[in-house]
Design a protein around this ligand. Sequence first.
Ligand SMILES: Cc1ncc(COP(=O)(O)O)c(C=O)c1O
Length: 361
Amino acid sequence: MAPYWNEKWGNSSSRQHREGLKAAAAVSMAREELASHLRVAPEQIIFTSGATEANNIALIGHARAMSEIHGKPGHLITLSTEHRAVLDPIKQLEKEGFQVTEITPQKDGILDLNQLVEVFKENTFLVSIMIANNEIGVIQPIKEIAQLCKERNILLHSDAAQALGHISLYPEFLGIDFTSVSAHKMYGPKGIGALIMRPEIPVQPLQWGGSQEKGIRPGTLAVPLIIGLAKAAEIAIRDLKDYELLVTKMRNKFLEELKSKISGISLNGSQDERLPHNLNITIAGVQGSILHKELRPFISCSSGSACANGAPSHVLMALGLNAQEAKASLRLSLSRYTTEAELKNAAIKIKDVINKLRSQN
Ligand SMILES: Cc1ncc(COP(=O)(O)O)c(C=O)c1O
C-alpha cells in the first residue's frame, strides 16, 4: 500500500495522464487478484467502503430495482442474528413497503432449513443470511440455503465480512449471488471492502455522481486501500489451512482451560460449526458491566458487536439469553498472532477477576 499514499498518488479515474493511468493499472491488478482469490470474474467486484456499504447496496439497491421491475415491493427473508449492517437496511426497506420475515435461529445459532422453507412466499425475491456470525462465530449451512433459494428463483445475499480469510469462501461454488466482504476482518486496512455480484443482476445505486464501479458505487476509488484489500486476501487465503488448524486447536484448548479454572461457564453458539478464532461465553453469577471494566486493563474483549453501543447483544438474546446473561458474556477472539502464553495468561486474568466479583456478591 505504502507507495500509493504519496509517490504514486494518481487518481485511478484520471485516464489522461500517466499518474492516473498508473493508479488505474494498480486498481485493475488488485481487482484481478482479489477476483482470482475468490474464484470470480474481475467484473463481479464492486469496491465499497466496507461490508456495511456492500450490504446496503445489495439489499436496498437490489430491492428497489426489483420493486421497479415488478411495480410493487416484494418479500425478503433474513435472520434475527444478522449484523446491524443487514438488519438496519432491511428495516429501511420495511419502511418503504417491503415485507420482511426475520427467522430466529435454533439455540445453537444455526438456521433450521425447514424453517426457511416454511417462510418462502410467492413474492420472495431475496434472502439475506450471513455465512459466519460476528459475535458467536457460528457458520450457517450456506450452500444448502443457496440451493433452496435457487430452486425458487430467489437470490441470496450473504454478509461474509467474518468469513473471508477465516474459512474457505468461494461465492460461485457456494451459490451466493451477493457477497459482502471487508478488509479489516482479515488484517487489511479499515474503510475498504467489496460487493461481489454478477453484473447482470439489477441493482439501483444508492448515490450518484460518477461512473466508477459501473455507476453502482460512484466516487473516487481508495487506491491504497484497494491494494491493501487484495493483499490481505492473498495472505489470508494462502495461509488459510494452517491458520484454521492451529487457531481452532488453540481456541479449543483455551476453552478447556477456562472451563477447568472457572465454574458456571457456558459456550454460546455451536462448538463445531464455528469460526476458528471465535469464542463467546456467558459467566453465571457476575454483573456484565463490572466484569468488562475489571478485565479492561488486561484483555481487549467485548460482550457483543462494536456497532451495538454497549446494548445487550441482540444475537445472544435471540439464542434465549436474558439481558443480564447477555451482558455477562465475553466475546474472545484469537488472532494469527496469538500465542499459547498469552492465552494462558488471559485464562488466569479472567479467573482472577471472576473470583473477585463472585466473592463480592
Ligand atoms: C458480520 C459483519 N457485517 C458487517 C460489518 C461491518 O463491516 P464494515 O466495518 O466493513 O462496514 C461487520 C464488522 O463490524 C461484521 O462483523
